[in-house]
Design a protein around this ligand. Structure first.
Ligand code: ATP
Length: 357
């Protein structure tokens, strides 16, 4: 199994290094035969090659079994004409990573803003919607006809809606609650969200063992705060999913815990939900749980799609070790009330994996 490491910007290199330490422990314990390769993206790549996303990185990604991507500071990049492009957007569209899977759950022994106990997973469509830098085959979907007017287009297709809905229902089938909630704004976006709902309803009919309901996105924001335990699998369009998953992660304890997996039918990429956190970069205090959790999702996905049960087993073992380490105030990072550091925490997770913790 060849894993491609893309450290990225800000806290990216720190949390990628921490994640690799845990993956090496999993490799030893489960004899996974993992190998690691690394490529530069972001500011490092810009300095060395003149672009934040060298073309050969996409080739290397296609040749790998899975990707571990650190966050990037794309908002701070120079314009496209000077080499600044968002690597995340290129990888998501270039590898057709149409599903962005974002779990959020409370954990025993860890304080959370939500007083409720919940365990949900949000499936966010990842290739179209309101994302002007990636939802058109050429040219951006945002433009200014004159200096006082700007227009943005939101693209919803039947195919993308059907495949994210199927991914959400398939995940629900393997969970205890077996429930999918589609989140939309079809009362005003009648055509686009109407089309999205046609496809989530069709997927519901294809998966009769899973219960199904629909909630308006504005109501959903309130429901997530009031009664997050009501939800199991949530499926929604790109930007609604981006916003609601941050809300759910924050309710579960903070962005530092927010894992995510981007996958298509062939490729998958582990990527934390949050950004590059430049305010704490280089201090050794970033919480690597987000990316370690993402790597555990990646191993599980690889195990299921490549029929390699040891990989799924390792993914679950990482998740269990992560939960245990998060209870340890001396190991966990300051953003979640701990006294540890990025690498102290990674060592604690790795030791638990090896049965030494
Ligand atoms: P960017 O410009 O890359 O989006 P940002 O700082 O604006 O970066 P985030 O990186 O998402 O946005 O961070 C929001 C806040 O959450 C910041 O205060 C950051 O320090 C904190 N944060 C995000 N990720 C982590 C993490 N892994 N560990 C600790 N704190 C984090």
């Amino acid at each position: 199994m060849r894993l491609l490491l893309l450290p990225g910007d800000g806290i990216g290199p720190e949390i990628v290094a921490a994640t690799v330490q845990v993956l090496r422990a999993a490799n030893d314990v489960f004899s996974l035969d993992l190998t690691f390769e690394e490529r530069s993206i972001g500011f490092d790549a810009l300095k060395a090659t003149g672009t934040t996303m060298p073309e050969e990185v996409l080739d290397a990604a296609r040749a790998a079994d899975g990707l571990i991507m650190g966050p990037v500071s794309h908002n701070a990049y120079p314009p496209r004409s000077e080499g600044g492009v968002n690597p995340s957007a290129i990888l998501r569209s270039g590898l057709d990573l149409y599903a962005n899977v974002r779990p959020a759950r409370t954990r025993a022994g860890l304080d959370a803003p939500s007083q409720r106990t919940f365990d949900l997973v949000l499936f966010r469509e990842n290739t179209e919607g309101f994302y002007a830098d990636r939802n058109m085959p050429s040219g951006p979907a945002e433009f200014a006809p004159d200096a006082d007017m700007a227009l943005a287009m939101r693209k919803i297709t039947r195919r993308a809606s059907a495949r994210i809905a199927d991914a959400a229902f398939a995940a629900a089938e393997a969970r205890e609650a077996r429930k999918v909630t589609a989140v939309h704004k079809a009362n005003v976006l009648r055509l686009s969200d109407g089309l999205f709902l046609e496809e989530t309803r069709a997927a519901a009919a294809r998966h009769p063992s899973v219960s199904y309901d629909e909630v308006l996105v504005d109501a959903m924001a309130a429901h997530l705060v009031r009664e997050p335990e009501r939800f199991d699998v949530i499926v929604t369009t790109n930007m609604f999913g981006d916003i609601l998953s941050d809300l759910a992660s924050e309710l579960s304890g903070g962005l530092g815990l927010a894992a995510s997996l981007n996958h298509g039918d062939t490729y998958a990429m582990a990527q934390a939900q949050h950004g590059s956190a430049p305010d704490i970069a280089g201090q050794g205090i970033a919480n690597p749980s987000s990316l370690i959790g993402s790597a555990s999702l990646l191993l599980d996905w690889l195990g299921r799609t490549r029929q390699e049960p040891a990989l799924s087993k390792a993914g679950h073992a990482i998740s269990t070790a992560l939960d245990h380490a998060l209870r340890d105030v001396m190991a966990r990072t300051p953003d979640i009330g701990g006294k540890g550091s990025t690498m102290v925490f990674a060592s604690a997770v790795a030791a638990l994996m090896k049965g030494e913790g």
